[in-house]
Design a protein around this ligand. Structure first.
Ligand SMILES: Cc1ncc(C[n+]2csc(CCOP(=O)(O)OP(=O)(O)O)c2C)c(N)n1
Ligand SMILES: [Mg+2]
Length: 396
């Protein structure tokens, strides 16, 4: 962000200054090239760099653990690409790609303890993976046959939320419950909540309200904003004048910006933030600075609103490639490891694809049985009438 001293004075009151549009954009984009605010442990070139504040939070990540993070990202990217192709082949109604956001999601997902709770939006396939949800369980959402087939309480991962920002209210309420039920503290069972949302969501009232309630109730919630630079076709500068993590200051809790393409930094910063929350120092805002490398969804065409050179620039910051380079250069990991992960990814993709093709189409009675926990006479009457109506067609 530029120095307010450099902003233009207002004509009526020269004491009041405002930034020009160029200064706003420059401030928002400053960390594209790395900046003093950005927490980074692995550079885009794969070099491990020191960070006095966060090194300790990644100190246990030895070569095995780093290989594990690499494997997570490769497998998640692989099934994401497969789902995109399945949509193109008519097997899914829509897909929401996570391409480019693997590090932001795997870092955060692996930072969680089993007892922590997550509230995703609709792009968090990598976090779902970390919560032990099989990728095939995501498919029903995108074929339009269910809302996700996992148990949110058992997995500690809520169902996807399509309504932008709404999950911030749910997460805040859940975290307030954790506080009221004394699940916050120094013990090993202490809990926190993490809420995932995008840069565009920060313009929603629900996010603001979630921030306010979380702040005044000291709720143990990490607000994890994946700033992927775009909200469909709206760029970041249409959401904010200040870098997003700085908004936290106005609500009275810490905000931090992490390189969202650096899995190690995302892991370390999220571990720290979750521990702050578990021990009663929440909430915390994390801005994971990343990039949506594919379309918003399979229904979108980003070539209509953004330039190819922006994408080319971000390809150089690929979250997977920097870990691969680090494993080779700094840990001497050999090709057989990478070949093994690639083979595993292909197996996963084949299983994922077959599952999708074999998915049964549910009968019409399902929409009556799956909405309410219990049946009721009006619902039963509606079901009966609707099935009779459909049967009328079959008879002809
Ligand atoms: C309340 C609401 N308004 C509008 C939409 C339509 N919509 C879907 S995704 C989206 C953009 C969200 O952008 P961002 O928060 O940056 O998340 P991203 O998709 O980039 O991960 C919008 C406006 C919606 N789903 N819900
Ligand atoms: Mg976005």
């Amino acid at each position: 962000m530029s120095d307010p001293q450099d902003w233009t004075p207002a004509t009526a009151d020269p004491g009041l200054r405002r930034p020009s549009r160029e200064q706003v954009v420059a401030g928002l984009k400053a960390t594209v090239e790395g900046g003093p605010d950005l927490v980074q442990l692995l550079t885009p070139e794969g070099e491990r760099v020191a960070d006095p504040r966060f090194d300790a939070w990644a100190a246990d990540v030895d070569v095995d653990a780093l290989q594990g993070l690499y494997r997570d990202m490769v497998l998640v990217r692989r099934f994401d690409r497969e789902a995109n192709a399945l949509q193109r082949q008519g097997q899914l109604g829509i897909w929401v790609p996570l391409l480019g956001q693997e590090a932001a999601q795997i870092g955060a997902g692996r930072a969680m303890k089993p007892q922590d709770m997550a509230f995703p939006s609709y792009r968090e396939h990598g976090v779902a993976w970390c919560r032990g949800i099989d990728p095939t369980e995501l498919l029903g959402i995108f074929r339009g046959t269910d809302h996700g087939s996992w148990d949110p309480i058992a997995r500690r991962f809520h169902l996807y939320t399509i309504v932008i920002g709404n999950q911030c209210l749910n997460a805040t309420g859940y975290a307030m419950g954790q506080k009221f039920e004394s699940k916050v503290g120094d013990g090993p069972d202490a809990e926190a909540t993490i809420c995932f949302f995008g840069d565009g969501a920060t313009s929603q009232g629900d996010v603001h309200e979630g921030f306010v309630w979380a702040a005044v109730y000291d709720a143990p919630v990490v607000f994890y904003c994946q700033n992927n630079q775009w909200a469909i076709s709206e760029p970041l500068e249409r959401q904010t004048r200040v870098p997003l993590y700085r908004r936290a200051q106005g609500y009275g809790f810490p905000g931090i910006r992490v390189d969202g393409n650096d899995v190690l930094a995302c892991l370390a910063v999220t571990r720290w933030a979750l521990e702050e929350c578990r021990t009663g120092n929440g909430p915390v805002l994390i801005e994971a600075f990343t990039y949506r490398m594919d379309a918003h969804t399979t229904s979108d065409d980003p070539t209509r609103y953004r330039l190819a050179d922006e994408l080319e620039l971000w390809k150089l910051k690929d979250p997977i490639e920097r870990v691969r380079v680090n494993l080779v250069r700094e840990h001497g990991v050999g090709q057989e490891f990478f070949d093994g992960v690639a083979a595993e990814a292909d197996e996963l993709a084949a299983r994922f694809r077959q599952f999708c093709i074999d998915m049964p189409t549910p009968g019409p009675e399902r929409m009556f049985s799956e909405v309410y926990a219990e049946a009721s006479p009006p619902l039963e009457a509606q079901e009966e009438a609707y099935l009779a109506y459909l049967a009328g067609f079959a008879a002809e």
